[in-house]
Design a protein around this ligand. Sequence first.
Ligand code: GRG
Length: 305
Amino acid sequence: MAYAKIIKGRTELIDSALEYYLPGEDEYPQAIHRAMRYSVFAGGKRVRPVLVLLTAELFTTDWQRAVPAACALELIHTYSLIHDDLPSMDDDDYRRGRLTAHKVFGEATAILAGDALLTLAFELLADEGKQGHELSRLYWTEVKPALKLQVVYEIARAAGVRGMVAGQVVDLQSEGQKIDPQTLEYINAHKTGALLVASIRVGALLAGCTKEEIEKITRFAEPLGRAFQVVDDVLDVRGDEAKMGKTKGMDQKKEKATYVSLYGLQQANALREQLYWQAVDELQSFGESAANLKELTRFIIFRDH
Ligand code: GRG
């Protein structure tokens, strides 16, 4: 599969960087390091960091400078999943085919592992190798401080109370409620879309893009981020549990408003197709150099897990 070939080298690079950045399992206090590593190396697709790298590659050959930011986004994504699975939030026992972090390590350690992943992300972004993160020195020292600050802002905003956290709050508030299409869009743009859009914008920022180029790539990112959630909703109804590594039908059980519950399966699938073409259309002017990004877009929007 073309997608597998494209991502192989990139996910290997991301995995070895994450391996380096995370404290070792045997490092004291072991319990939290084990929990962090358990979730970071649980077989996630690495969609966000690969999006960072492929976007950077679209504009520069010097794309490796985006590696620390790509890792930071994956750490934040992993924290959000650990916290989302907690009994006080979505209360899930399985993710990626394995028991969720709180089931293995207990709730307190899972909460702290999430907190630690979120803060480690910003530690990486602020580090220049002086604190001991050699990979930051390798990939990060060439980046000017003002640009680093822009990257930190972009990621913090997407993850925080004007981004993912806000989406999660409205999502939790909406359980069992009848919500309108606008609220559904709010939840999804914030809870899911914000981090994906930030991944693409950060890749472009680190490639030295102009304001106009960032705006252009954001027009590709937004339908992609929206489609990501549409697919997640469709998979919850139609997906293969073995491939997804989690129980399907949970949205209906928790009375969550989704694209499927609001519009029906057929319309949700039509929207997914429409968003795919909208995203890919924005890449046309880049010609062949956007081939990898297009293939990743196809994988994300037509994925089965
Ligand atoms: C706890 C502040 C806070 C937020 C949680 C991400 C999130 C917000 C909730 C997860 C709920 C969910 C399943 C949303 C659908 C979109 C999504 C983020 C799916 C999981 O992302 P993938 O498919 O996961 O990239 P992998 O396992 O491949 O890393």
